[in-house]
Design a protein around this ligand. Structure first.
Ligand code: ADP
Ligand code: MG
Length: 246
């Protein structure tokens, strides 16, 4: 298998905006459609894959490098979650200490050294990345999660500029914004104006929904625990949109 054929997607955004909720529900949607998905959390919070792992955190790559050293194997860092989604958390420094980017890079190097992609052969790899510092290079298609709140749109704008700046060197491209609603006044209009200014588009509108908390409280995505779920439809639509972007 040529690992170059693997579809690699990055989901960026400000902390707390809903990246991991969106990513884990997207992974679950894609898994249900029959794709083999690997989700890599790239946030020192290391809770990206929690809702695919019955609400439990998995050990991070950086933690496992520290404790296992040369003995480290793929089974120590790749965990099979809901729908067979392969879950990985890079880990990272505690906030304010050290460079998160460097931690993420060490984690990626370890995955490469242990031939994670060759071994598991995922169809799609989704990186769930904190912040507006784009290290680039690892994912071709970038999506940004934002609400209509100023700070999250500001982060989206920074991510867009960063991608444009290394655009000539790298191959990443901003595919659009996932509007994860906060229900602020005139949210859709505010975001429509912002994406026009940024030079991108809204690829999916994700409403704010109590279904998310209901599933999260049980340690999962809406696909695992809910029936007659509106949000399943929303995340299926997001999955179809992202598949169509390939
Ligand atoms: P991030 O990964 O960007 O830091 P999270 O995905 O952890 O953010 O989301 C933060 C909180 O917001 C979570 O507790 C989640 O339950 C809630 N949340 C995210 N998206 C939605 C939504 N569409 N509807 C309701 N709650 C949401
Ligand atoms: Mg997160």
């Amino acid at each position: 298998m040529n690992t170059k054929d693997i579809r690699k997607i990055a989901i960026y955004g400000k902390g707390g905006i809903g990246k991991s909720t969106t990513t884990s529900n997207l992974s679950a949607a894609l898994a249900k459609k029959g794709y083999r998905v690997m989700q890599i959390g790239c946030d020192p919070k290391a809770d990206s894959t929690k809702n695919l792992m019955g609400g439990k955190r998995i050990p991070t790559v950086l933690e496992q490098i520290k404790t296992k050293g040369e003995e480290l194997t793929l089974e120590d860092i790749v965990f099979k979650g809901f729908g067979g989604v392969l879950c990985v958390e890079s880990g990272g420094p505690t906030p304010g200490v050290g460079c998160a980017g460097r931690g993420i890079i060490s984690a990626f190097e370890k995955l490469e050294e242990l031939e994670a992609f060759e071994t598991y052969q995922p169809d799609i790899v989704i990186y769930d990345v904190l912040g507006d510092v784009v290290c680039g290079g690892y994912a071709k298609d970038v999506y940004v999660v934002s609400s209509g709140e100023m700070m999250s749109l500001y982060a989206a704008n920074n991510i867009a500029s960063a991608i444009r700046n290394f655009g000539k060197r790298g191959y990443a491209q901003l595919r659009g914004l996932i509007l994860n609603a906060k229900n602020i006044e005139n949210e859709r209009e505010i975001v429509a104006k912002a994406v026009e200014e940024i030079g991108t588009q809204v690829v999916c509108y994700v409403p704010r929904s109590p279904e998310i908390q209901e599933a999260e409280n049980r340690g999962g995505t809406v696909f695992e625990f809910l029936t007659n779920s509106v949000m399943q439809g929303v995340y299926n639509e997001l999955a179809d949109r992202i598949l169509a972007d390939a």
